[in-house]
Design a protein around this ligand. Structure first.
Ligand SMILES: Cc1ncc(COP(=O)(O)OP(=O)(O)O)c(N)n1
Ligand SMILES: Cc1ncsc1CCOP(=O)(O)O
Ligand SMILES: [Mg+2]
Length: 204
């Protein structure tokens, strides 16, 4: 099964109980992969929040990915790591994680896309498709044309991320992209389960 189909990236601003509730509901609604993304807290808090999400995912079959930090992923025995361009190099991360963990890499430019082909990674996060208030330090917006071009040249599964919601998911799905990753469309929804179910239905 393609694990990338509907990929939830968590919102660091959620209190931990709401974080757990959102993840529980999102999985019930059809999310296939969950990344814990913490950009501001200390490493101990990151580990605690990762463990809180892991306890919700236990027994669901939905893998847990840690954003940026290989040490946190190793500490909680997560299923994988998502690296950015200024994080640990992919080859180092692969050596530390071993061959079986999922390893994702953000690509923000055509040059990075080209270079990624020789790296020991499992998937690419094409960042960002559209502008989004969730992350503003973005190099570019690939748009639908850029997404189509990346799909045409990459041998790796591609996850589209950035500004994706119910109203533009259809056009993204039509490109045949392997997966979509979302923060606010699920984390800010009043009912994350309904939101995830609706997104999943658009993808099917
Ligand atoms: C699935 C996925 N794709 C891209 C990103 C962005 O990663 P990065 O560029 O390292 O930025 P931060 O998320 O760390 O701010 C992602 N997290 N997940
Ligand atoms: C983490 C990340 N990486 C590129 S865009 C983004 C944020 C996506 O958030 P949203 O789904 O709310 O636009
Ligand atoms: Mg990162």
């Amino acid at each position: 099964m393609n694990p990338y189909r509907l990929y939830l990236v968590t919102d660091e601003q959620l209190p931990v109980e709401r974080l757990q509730q959102v993840v529980r509901e999102a999985v019930a609604g059809g999310v296939t992969l969950v990344q814990v993304r913490e950009k501001h807290g200390d490493v101990r808090a990151f580990i605690e929040r990762a463990e809180a999400v892991q306890s919700v995912l236990k027994g669901t079959g939905v893998p847990l990915i840690i954003n940026d930090r290989v040490d946190v992923a190793l500490a909680v025995n997560a299923d994988g790591v998502h690296l950015g361009q200024s994080d640990m190099p992919a080859a180092c991360a692969r050596r530390l994680l071993g061959p079986d963990k999922l390893l994702g890499l953000s690509v923000e430019t055509e040059q990075q896309l080209f270079e990624s082909e020789s790296l020991p990674i499992d998937y690419l996060g094409l960042s960002a498709i559209f502008a989004t208030p969730t992350k503003t330090d973005l190099k570019k917006h690939w748009g639908i044309d850029g997404l189509q071009q990346a799909l045409a040249v990459s041998a790796r599964p591609i996850v589209a991320i950035g500004g994706i919601h119910q109203n533009n998911l259809g056009i993204i799905a039509q490109t045949g992209v392997h997966g979509v990753a979302l923060v606010s469309a699920i984390c800010s929804a009043s009912c994350p389960q309904t939101a995830a179910r609706t997104l999943r239905a658009i993808l099917e």
